[in-house]
Design a protein around this ligand. Structure first.
Ligand code: ATP
Ligand code: MG
Length: 393
C-alpha cells in the first residue's frame, strides 16, 4: 500500500501574505528537510501539497516527524493511496485504518469528490463505505458529530486518498517568508527559545556566538553548535558566526568601571552583531532577554543596550517568566542541551556589584574613554563562519 503526506490549503497557516510566494517557500522548505531521506516528490496541485515517496525503503515515519516541525503547516494527514475504484478504496480503507478503527468506539465517513468523473457521488461513497466498515468492525457505531475516527476519502486527480484524523503541524509561517534576522545565541536556555519563536514568525535565522578562550572551553562552543542543529529541526539551516571576544573583554576589564562591565560588554556584542547583520543584509537582531531576569536586563539596562543599536532588536521573551521559557525549551527539545554545565563568556569577569540602573550618559562616557574600534574590527576579521544543518535523528 502506498502512503503519502497531504497538506490541504486550509491547513496552511496563511494570513495576509501573498499566498503563492508563501506556498512556494513552504514547498522549498519541505523539499530541503526531506531531501536526505530518498526520492520524495513534493508538489503543489489541486489546492494541496502532496508529499509522495518515489522509491522503496523511505523512512516514512521520519518524514512525517520532520513535517511536524516545519513552520507554516497547521495540520496534515498521512494518507493511503488507492485506485479510483470503489472496491480498491474500500479494501485500502479497511486495511489502512485497521488500527484506529479497532480501537475506536465511533466513526464517521466523509467523502470529497473533486474529480467529478468518478461515477459515485460523495453521499453514495459515504453511505456505502460506512456500511462496509460496520460489517468489518461490528463493535463500531456511527457518530456524525464527534466521531473518534473520521474516515476521509478524497477522490482527486491522481488517485483516491484515504486518511483518518489529521495530525497537528507546527503552525507559524514558513521560514524565509518574513525576512532575515541575526540571533545572539548563548549556551543558555533563553536565546534558543527566542530564535525558535522568531523563526516561527517566518524569519530566517543566522546566529552569532561570542567565545572567550581560554576562559570558555571548546565544549561550550560545541554546545552552542549543537543547540543550533537542534533548533534547525524547526528553523532550517543556520549560518553561524563564532566571534573571539577575549581581548575585548580583557580590555573592558582593564579600562572601564567594574560595575559597568556587563552593560558595556553587551553594547560591544550588539555592535559586532550589527556588523555581520549589515554585511549579510539581515534586518534585525534577536536576543533572549526578558525584563528583570538579571541585572543586565532591567529596563534601564535595555535602554543602554538599545542605544548601541542601529537596527531593531527583537526580544520575543520580553514579558515571559523563566518557568514559561523553560516549558517552551523542553517542548522544542533544546532544554537538555542548554543545561549542560559549560561556561558562557557572559559569566567571565562578572562584576561583584553590577549597576542595575546605569544612566546612558555614564555608560557612553565610559565607552568613549577607550578606542575599541581596532579590537572590534579584529574580532570581526577573526570570526569563524559556517553552516549548521538540522539534527538528523
Ligand atoms: P540565555 O539563557 O539566552 O543565556 P540569559 O538569561 O543567560 O539568556 P544574559 O546572559 O543576560 O541572559 O544574556 C542575554 C542575551 O544576550 C541572551 O539571551 C543572548 O541573546 C545574548 N547573549 C548572551 N551571551 C551570549 C554569547 N556568549 N554569545 C551571543 N549572545 C549572547
Ligand atoms: Mg546566559
Amino acid at each position: 500500500m502506498k502512503e503519502i503526506l497531504l497538506i490541504k490549503n486550509g491547513e496552511i497557516a496563511l494570513k495576509g501574505l501573498n499566498r503563492n510566494t508563501f506556498e512556494t517557500i513552504l514547498v522549498k522548505n519541505i523539499r530541503f528537510r526531506l531531501k536526505d531521506l530518498g526520492r520524495i516528490d513534493v508538489r503543489k496541485a489541486q489546492s494541496a501539497i502532496y508529499i509522495e515517496p518515489r522509491e522503496d525503503g523511505i523512512d516514512f515515519e521520519e518524514a512525517a516527524e520532520r513535517l511536524r516541525k516545519i513552520f507554516g503547516i497547521a495540520a496534515f494527514s498521512r494518507a493511503a493511496m488507492a485506485q479510483k475504484d470503489y472496491d480498491d478504496i474500500c479494501r485500502t480503507a479497511l486495511e489502512y485504518l485497521k488500527g484506529p478503527l479497532s480501537e475506536a468506539k465511533t466513526f464517521k465517513v466523509n467523502a470529497k469528490r473533486s474529480d467529478k468523473g468518478f461515477p459515485m457521488k460523495s453521499p453514495d461513497i459515504m453511505r456505502q463505505l460506512g456500511g462496509d466498515i460496520l460489517r468489518a468492525f461490528p463493535h463500531l457505531k456511527v457518530d456524525v458529530n464527534t466521531p473518534d475516527v473520521m474516515v476521509t476519502v478524497e477522490i482527486r486527480d491522481f488517485g483516491a486518498y484515504i486518511h483518518a484524523n489529521q495530525l497537528p503541524g507546527a503552525g507559524g509561517l514558513p521560514v524565509g517568508s518574513g525576512g532575515k534576522a541575526l540571533l545572539l545565541i548563548s549556551g543558555g536556555i533563553d536565546s534558543p527559545v527566542a530564535g525558535h519563536m522568531m523563526a516561527k514568525r517566518g524569519l530566517e535565522l543566522s546566529a552569532v556566538h561570542f567565545v572567550s578562550p581560554p576562559y570558555t572551553s571548546d565544549r561550550a562552543r560545541e554546545k552552542v553548535e549543537r543547540l543550533c542543529a537542534r533548533m534547525g529541526e524547526y528553523c532550517g539551516r543556520i549560518r553561524f558566526y563564532c566571534v573571539p571576544f577575549t581581548e575585548l573583554q580583557e580590555t573592558l576589564r582593564d579600562n572601564c568601571p567594574e560595575e559597568l562591565f556587563t552593560i558595556l560588554m553587551r553594547r560591544l556584542m550588539m555592535e559586532i552583531a550589527q556588523r555581520f547583520a549589515e554585511r549579510e543584509g539581515l534586518q534585525a537582531l534577536v536576543t533572549g532577554e526578558s525584563v528583570g531576569q538579571v541585572a543586565s536586563q532591567t529596563l534601564g539596562a535595555i535602554v543602554c543596550t538599545d542605544a548601541a543599536c542601529r537596527m531593531p532588536v527583537l526580544r520575543p521573551l520580553i514579558g515571559m517568566d523563566k518557568s514559561e521559557i523553560v516549558e517552551l525549551a523542553r517542548k522544542i527539545d533544546t532544554f537538555d542541551i542548554s543545561v549542560l554545565p559549560y561556561e558562557d563568556c557572559c559569566t567571565v569577569f562578572t562584576p561583584r556589584h553590577p549597576k542595575t540602573r546605569p544612566s546612558l550618559a555614564e555608560v557612553e562616557a565610559a565607552q568613549a574613554g577607550f578606542d575599541f574600534e581596532p579590537l572590534i574590527q579584529k574580532a570581526v576579521e577573526d570570526t569563524e563562519e559556517k553552516w549548521i544543518y538540522p539534527d538528523r535523528r
